[in-house]
Design a binder for this molecule. Sequence first.
Ligand SMILES: [Zn+2]
Length: 73
Amino acid sequence: MSKCPVYEELESEVLLVLEQLVDLTTKQLDAFQAANQPLFMRLDRQLENTVGRKERTIGALRQHVRDHKCFTR
Ligand SMILES: [Zn+2]
């Protein structure tokens, strides 16, 4: 079964964004435990941006599957 390159690209983008969320959340947990308020707030903004990016990327992936009717597996 051949794979759709657009699907693969969007899929790897979703994976990347999810990994970034894990990374940022871990850092925010550390900042919280260290009571580092400035760092905590900075990470909070980054998390909000990354969540927004995740939603857009997942939206694009779903839209592509609807329009193109393709699956990689
Ligand atoms: Zn496709």
